[in-house]
Design a protein around this ligand. Structure first.
Ligand SMILES: NC(=O)c1ccc[n+]([C@@H]2O[C@H](COP(=O)([O-])OP(=O)(O)OC[C@H]3O[C@@H](n4cnc5c(N)ncnc54)[C@H](OP(=O)(O)O)[C@@H]3O)[C@@H](O)[C@H]2O)c1
Length: 233
């Protein structure tokens, strides 16, 4: 039996592989129907993880939008929205950010050992602070989440976080949405950075499903045998 959660990576990118634009202006990559799909995927997870840079830049709430889905979660004994999880090397997060300030759910911050004291001082009142190692070890983080009852984890970016889960071989499924435009500016953040990925020209990932959602396309890649067991086809 696996000692880590089932891990779903989710993101939307431009045709040329960017997660955002080069400026501070928010880039809309999704559409209303796809946002509703993402809401449903979130509602089926125990926790959602984003990197600290995504919190600083996008200020996400990470709450379930649909009242029906919140009610269905509560009916099965879960909090209305999933636990929120982030990772940081220090205390460069605002305790008033929506990640911390919204939703009656637990917030967990995995922090590098060296920055732990600062993180506890700054964020200890609004989140559970956990020593993630130095640097944070993704495998250890996944095991720790599992020990806290997180059986299904959704990882929503950004690029640094996606790169680490993928290169560590810790992703069971990738849900990749492609928006119908180019960013064309290398200062913007790409879906992933450099690294040794388990899926390469010699070991191709399995494309499990393709779905058009209005003007975007959803590609579902099965990245582990656990994904087949989930019935993704
Ligand atoms: N299109 C989409 O679906 C989507 C989704 C999410 C985000 N985004 C975009 O992605 C961009 C952000 O991506 P990003 O790659 O720059 O950042 P990120 O992955 O969101 O966060 C990176 C930060 O997380 C912390 N971190 C990550 N791994 C760590 C480790 N092993 N040890 C310690 N700390 C660690 C560090 O925080 P500290 O700096 O605090 O140490 C690091 O700077 C934004 O532009 C956002 O808009 C797009």
């Amino acid at each position: 039996m696996s000692e880590r959660p089932y891990i779903v990576l989710s993101c939307s990118m431009s045709i040329d592989g960017y997660l955002s634009g080069a400026t501070d202006e928010r880039l809309v990559l999704s559409n209303a129907d796809d946002l509703d799909r993402v809401d449903a995927v979130r509602a089926g997870c125990d926790a959602i993880l984003v990197g600290a840079a995504t919190i600083r830049r996008d200020n996400p709430r990470l709450l379930i939008r649909s009242a029906d889905r919140r009610a269905a979660r509560e009916a099965r004994g879960c909090p209305p929205s999933p636990v929120k999880v982030t990772m940081t090397s220090g205390a460069g997060l605002d305790p008033c950010a929506d990640f911390f300030a919204t939703g009656d759910v637990e917030k967990i911050v995995y922090c590098s050992s060296a920055g732990l004291d600062d993180a506890v001082a700054r964020l200890g009142a609004v989140a559970t602070i956990v020593d993630g190692g130095d640097p944070i070890d993704i495998g250890r983080l996944a095991k720790d989440l599992y020990s806290r009852g997180i059986a299904r984890l959704m990882v929503e970016g950004g690029g640094s976080v996606h790169t680490q889960f993928l290169t560590a071989g810790l992703a069971d499924e990738l849900q990749l949405v492609v928006a119908p435009f180019f960013v064309g500016d290398r200062r913007a953040r790409r879906f992933v950075g450099d690294g040794e990925f388990p899926w390469n020209p010699g070991t191709r990932a399995r494309l499990a499903a393709v779905r058009q959602i209005g003007d975007v396309v959803l590609l579902r890649y099965a990245l582990s045998p656990r994904c087949a067991a989930e019935g993704v086809s």
